[in-house]
Design a protein around this ligand. Sequence first.
Ligand code: PMP
Length: 353
Amino acid sequence: MAEFLRDDIKDLKPYKVHNIPYKIKLDANESPYDLPDAIRQQLAKELMEGCGFNRYPDSDATALREAISRYCGVSPDEVMVGVGSDELIRVTISAFVGKGDVVLCPSPSFAMYGIFTRIAGGIPVDVPLDDNFNYDMDAFYKAIEQHKPKLVFVCSPNNPTGNVIDKADLMNLIKNFNGVVVVDEAYGEFCEESIVSQSVNYPNVLVLKTFSKAFGLAGLRIGYMIGNRRLVEEVYAVKPPYNINSFSQRVAQLVLENVDVFRIRIATIVNERERLYHRLSAVKGVEVYPSKANFLLIKVDDGEMVYKKLKEQGILVRNFPSDPRLKSHLRITVGIRQDNDTFVEALKCILEG
Ligand code: PMP
């Protein structure tokens, strides 16, 4: 059979997500909570009155952007909505990165920065986090000098390590780098820090946020980007029309209208994260990394063995078989208390017998 795929991406592996049957799902950093009843009832009522799905959605997601701008304290022109922050990573790269341009990606971090860079014809260059997985700013500045990147990604809290970048370090990077800094705050609601309010005052920073984690809408695929209006307008040039379907736009608005419910849920997950951190720290053979996100990274002797034994019991966690620095690590999403406890007991049995 003829091979039509571009030569430069022939070795790119599809991002496969295996559908493994499970009892407890702690592998994808999702929220353990479905939509609150009040929002479901409101949606059911609106759908029965007529849904207008025969029409294309509002291509600019105007009402949702206004709701996001009120929630974030910025102007609607400083907001763009995407099909998950995944789409915003892709469109940002396609706006600023051409063939042969370098993009700096922290490592280990979210894989899609590198994958979308390669698809755009750019060259991803990894900037290793230090031995404790903290951001190493010297390494960033050295890589900037050496590779003259167009774009730098920062993920804070970082997936999968859970740590945040120091805010002063980040602001210095933004001020000193002559290119675009994309700050991925997908897990930002689970920690106190954000640079959303400052970001709009700089010409070169975009902040990515999502409804997939703290707001529990992973299944609807809604993310947003905040930045200086001129920069956001530049990315608009490559945004596909009608990207967010009408139903998702409406649900996200209702979520923001009921944001207090979600604030309580976020606080519960943060408390549960701290409780899980302490429980895991007491398990023999487990090293736990402090986290500001809705997941915890742990290190064990034999990550593959533990992953498989948990899977046999229907408990899914995330492993990293292809990353040499994370071979003995597992990432555990913070779930509801009962599921977290079942996981800890299973882990104890595996490691302590
Ligand atoms: N950024 C980070 C750091 C993530 O972990 C994820 C999801 N795993 C995303 C972006 C993409 O999230 P979504 O497309 O669901 O908004």
